[in-house]
Design a protein around this ligand. Structure first.
Ligand SMILES: Nc1ncnc2c1ncn2[C@@H]1O[C@H](COP(=O)(O)OP(=O)(O)OP(=O)(O)O)[C@@H](O)[C@H]1O
Length: 249
């Protein structure tokens, strides 16, 4: 399995608090990784560091080693530094390049869908494409393709207020996938759902992400949700305390 995303020796401190105490993690193609652990153990910090939202104090985050595989224009491609840093390193990119890379190569699903209430579902899904400059009509046409795989057929014109919690979260998953990202990051994606809906959503999230070719990195408190992922990382006091592997799909 080739590595899509890697964190090496990640350390992050907030004053006297060490949120990450030296974490190494690799995410492969179509891999699905659940991050679990007690409150305050560093799960969100790890997810956000891998996603280029938080910069580590030490260590590196690499998104594919090779420029040719990145599929992004040269202006956004991490170059090896004069000091010989590896290609694909993203943790030291400038803010503009990093946010462009996040928009193009990563998809995000949050606990509460964070959909724009005034836009129909199809435009919520199309939004990341429009932000990248795709004309509205074309972006909406691409967005619509994600409705059937996510069981959302017929809901394209509904506004978020007219959707159930599970439907809204499926729209959020479509929005994360529409850019055809390398990695989908999900922070408690089922945290606001009842158990039945949660199972439905996690099944779709893992299956559709995998079919799209993206890897999935997810934080969850719910062991039933984590069990849908291929691997589970247990984090404690900013370190990986154990790592279990399942044979999913
Ligand atoms: N911006 C910040 N400023 C100061 N301390 C922070 C900040 N973000 C996180 N921390 C601290 O870093 C540690 C790890 O936080 P993190 O949010 O990663 O934990 P978590 O495992 O995701 O917790 P939870 O399950 O409660 O969301 C905690 O002690 C937290 O208080």
């Amino acid at each position: 399995m080739s590595t899509v995303l890697a964190g090496h020796g990640l350390i992050k401190k907030y004053g006297a608090t060490t949120a990450l105490a030296g974490v190494d993690v690799e995410v492969g193609e179509r891999d699905s990784l659940a991050i679990m652990g007690p409150s305050g153990s560093g799960k969100s910090t790890l997810l956000h560091t891998l996603a280029g939202v938080i910069r580590p104090d030490e260590g590196q985050v690499l998104l594919r080693g090779e420029r040719s595989e990145m599929g992004v224009p040269p202006a956004e491609v991490p170059q090896p530094s004069a000091g010989g840093a590896p290609r694909g390193r993203i943790d030291n990119l400038g803010e503009n390049r990093l946010s462009a890379l996040r928009r193009k190569r990563f998809g995000f699903v949050f606990q509460f869908g964070q959909l724009l209430p005034e836009l129909p579902a199809e435009e919520n899904v199309a939004l990341p494409l429009m932000l990248e400059g795709t004309p509205r009509k074309q972006a909406v046409a691409r967005a619509r393709r994600w409705f059937a795989p996510l069981g959302l057929d017929g809901l394209e014109k509904r506004r978020p207020g007219q959707l159930s919690g599970g439907q809204a979260q499926r729209v959020a998953i479509a929005r994360a996938l529409v850019v055809e990202p390398d990695v989908v990051f999900a922070d408690e994606p089922t945290g606001a759902l009842d158990q039945h809906t949660s199972t439905e959503v996690i099944q779709l999230l893992t299956a559709v992400t995998r079919e799209s070719g993206a890897a999935l990195v997810m934080v969850t408190h719910d062991a039933d949700v984590a069990a849908h992922c291929g691997r589970i990382l247990h984090v404690r006091d900013g370190r990986i305390s154990s790592h279990s592997q399942y044979t999913v799909g």
